[in-house]
Design a protein around this ligand. Structure first.
Ligand SMILES: [Fe+2]
Ligand SMILES: [Fe+2]
Length: 211
C-alpha cells in the first residue's frame, strides 16, 4: 500500500536509516504492483515477463550500478518499471517507453519521492529501447538499456518460448529469430555488460547456431 516517504531522498530531515527503511517499503510496493500486473490476463506476454525478464533486468542493473557507481535508487525503480506499460495493456506496447515514463511519475509521486530522481527514472525508461547510436543522458540510462538486453542472455528459454509457443514459428525460423534478437541485444550492451555476458553468449551460439 502507498505510504508516503517521511522525506524526500537527500533531505536532512530524517536519518539515512529511516529513509532506507521507508525506501525498502516503497520498493516492495512497486515489486508487488508490477508482479501483479504481470499475472493478469491482460498481460499478453505472460507471467514470464516478471519471472524471466524484469527480475533479471533488476539483477543486472544493480550489478552494473555497483560496478559503475551509479545511483542505485534510480536504477532499481527504473528497472522495475521499465516495461510496466507493456504488461499493463498490449495497446501501450508500441510506445511503452513513453507510457512507461508517464506511469512511473504517476506511481512515484504519491510517495513524495524526489522529483529530480523521478525525472531521471523517466529518462531511463524513455531510452531503454533505444538503438546503439543514442547518446544517453546519464550512466543510469545506459545501465537500464544494457540490463534490459542482458536479461535476454539470461533467459534464452523464454525467448525460445516466445518464438515457438507465442509466435508459433517453425524450427529454423524460431532459432534464427532468437539469434537475431540476441545479436541486437549484444550490440546494445555497454562494454562492462559485454564482459559479463561474453561467455554466456558464446555458449548460446554454440548450442543454437549451426555455424
Ligand atoms: Fe521494453
Ligand atoms: Fe524489458
Amino acid at each position: 500500500m502507498i505510504k508516503k516517504l517521511a522525506c524526500k531522498s537527500g533531505s536532512k530531515k530524517i536519518s539515512k536509516e529511516v529513509f532506507d527503511r521507508e525506501f525498502k517499503y516503497m520498493i516492495s510496493d512497486i515489486e508487488e504492483l508490477v508482479e501483479e500486473a504481470c499475472k493478469k490476463d491482460a498481460n499478453i506476454f505472460g507471467y514470464g515477463s516478471w519471472s524471466h525478464h524484469i527480475v533479471g533486468v533488476v539483477k543486472y542493473a544493480k550489478l552494473l550500478a555497483r560496478k559503475l557507481g551509479a545511483d542505485e535508487e534510480i536504477i532499481e525503480l527504473a528497472a522495475l518499471l521499465h516495461d510496466y506499460a507493456s504488461v499493463l495493456d498490449k495497446n501501450l506496447y508500441p510506445d511503452h517507453h513513453i507510457h512507461g515514463a508517464r506511469l512511473a511519475e504517476e506511481i512515484l509521486k504519491p510517495y513524495n519521492y524526489s522529483q529530480e530522481k523521478i525525472e531521471k527514472i523517466k529518462d531511463c525508461i524513455f531510452t531503454h529501447r533505444a538503438s546503439k547510436d543514442i547518446i544517453y543522458k546519464s550512466v543510469e540510462a545506459r545501465i537500464i538499456a544494457s540490463a534490459d538486453a542482458m536479461a535476454h542472455f539470461d533467459n534464452v528459454n523464454s525467448l525460445l518460448y516466445l518464438a515457438f509457443v507465442k509466435h508459433e514459428m517453425e524450427i529454423d525460423e524460431g532459432t534464427n529469430w532468437v539469434l537475431e534478437k540476441l545479436k541486437r541485444s549484444w550490440e546494445k550492451l555497454m562494454p562492462e555488460a559485454r564482459e559479463m555476458m561474453r561467455k554466456r553468449y558464446a555458449a548460446i551460439k554454440i548450442i543454437l547456431d549451426k555455424g
